[in-house]
Ligand binder design. Structure first.
Ligand code: PLP
Length: 379
């Protein structure tokens, strides 16, 4: 066991006990509602984290955001993988390689033009690609609406294509991130299910079956009640938690499992600032909480043992410098509390973005560094 104080900063800390509690809580919630989890691994991108997810929850495959993740987790033993960024023809040889090695890889599209391009690429690669139609249930991003004419046209094209296999539908209700209360998120979660089932029913009336009905985000998965008809749900951030989820009310501050370790490198006494060696490279540029009721700057400060300093945030950041300051409403910082050389932890706004800045996790257990786990980045 290494003392946290002796780590070189900045470093990405992972509190394994908190993470395991988050994994178990979500697993219980989804299995109690009769659906299955296909966790999104883009948050952690780590085989060691996935091993804990597998140990503590009954998973039905994984969700990935890059084919690099698909390869990495396939090599780690995962066989059932859903890639949820619209598929492109240039990636078909990569996907074909995985499928030929025994991976049950499914991908998504939301338009006819791409469906035709994918079919041609699949013919050239001599492979059949399993495809889900991506639905737009809340105007958040990509996908086609469940009640428009495009749905049936795309479904017919996919099912008639020689080298594509229509397997069902998927959506991600990312609009839930704009909700202002738990009640609003509950309504959003119902909308996600209802709009998805509308598409499934329309396809069913045309004789087009959907063995896969896949939905999910952390906010909606945290509150959804009725999952009738939904075969799988795909939250990702829930493993680590972050300040954005706390702002939404879907997780508690004490659930946040990752933090950035940083060292005080100086003070600006006249301004009441503490300067640390972690800036936006270490935290990411994600300022998501700026749109929430409580703006957490670039992150919320905690002591090494995890005690949150409610009124101290990283209020500003340069590439490798962070400025710790009092919230606007709070009394100025007592600089004596932050001596030069002292170490602090910063809770992040967005777990996926912050973890994505690192190649390793320093795994913390009972206040010490118990292990170092690896993760991947890039495409
Ligand atoms: C397609 C898709 N599914 C699932 C998720 C997981 O949602 P969350 O990040 O809220 O856990 C995401 C996140 O961006 C996503 O894009």
């Amino acid at each position: 066991m290494t003392n946290i104080n002796s780590l070189t900063t900045p470093a990405l800390l992972l509190d394994r006990d908190r993470m395991c509690a988050n994994i178990e809580r979500m697993a219980r919630r989804i299995s109690a509602r009769g659906s299955r989890l296909r966790p999104h691994v883009k948050t952690h991108k780590s085989r060691q984290v996935l091993a804990d997810v597998r140990r503590l929850s009954e998973n039905h495959g994984i969700t990935v955001s890059t084919l690099k993740e698909a390869h990495y987790f396939f090599d780690g033993g995962e066989r059932d993988i859903l890639y949820t960024v619209g598929m492109t023809p240039d990636k078909v040889p990569l996907a074909a390689g995985l499928i030929q090695e025994g991976c049950e890889l499914t991908m998504v599209t939301d338009n006819l033009a791409m469906a035709n391009l994918l079919n041609s690429a699949a013919v050239s690669a001599n492979i059949v690609l399993p495809i889900l139609i991506e639905l737009d249930v809340d105007g958040h991003r990509s996908g086609i609406v469940p009640d428009g004419p495009e749905l049936l046209a795309l479904a017919r094209t996919l099912s008639a294509a020689s080298n594509l296999d229509l397997r069902g539908v998927m959506t991600h209700a990312g609009g839930s991130y704009n909700c202002r209360s738990l009640d609003e998120i509950r309504k959003h979660a119902k909308l996600e299910v209802d709009r998805t089932m509308l598409a499934v029913n329309r396809l069913g009336e045309e004789g087009l079956e959907c063995p896969v009905v896949s939905i999910g985000s952390t906010p909606t998965a945290a509150v959804v009640d009725d999952l009738s008809g939904i075969t799988e749900i795909r939250p990702g951030v829930y493993t680590f938690g972050d300040l954005f989820q706390v702002g939404l009310g879907t997780m508690r501050i004490d659930d946040i499992a990752i933090s950035i370790l940083t060292t005080v490198i100086g003070h600006q006494p006249e301004k009441g600032w503490v300067i640390v060696d972690a800036g936006w490279m270490a935290l990411s540029r994600d300022r998501g909480t700026a749109s929430q009721r409580v703006d957490q700057g670039y992150g919320l400060i905690c002591s090494l043992d995890g005690n949150v300093m409610e009124d101290v945030i990283m209020g500003s950041a340069n590439q490798e410098h962070g400025l710790l300051m009092a919230r606007v409403s709070a009394a100025p910082l007592d600089l004596a509390e932050f001596p030069v050389g002292s170490k602090w932890r910063v809770l992040p706004n967005h777990a996926c973005a912050t973890a994505g800045q690192y190649n390793h996790y320093q795994v913390i257990s009972q206040g010490s560094v118990a292990d170092e786990w690896s993760r991947i980045n890039g495409w």
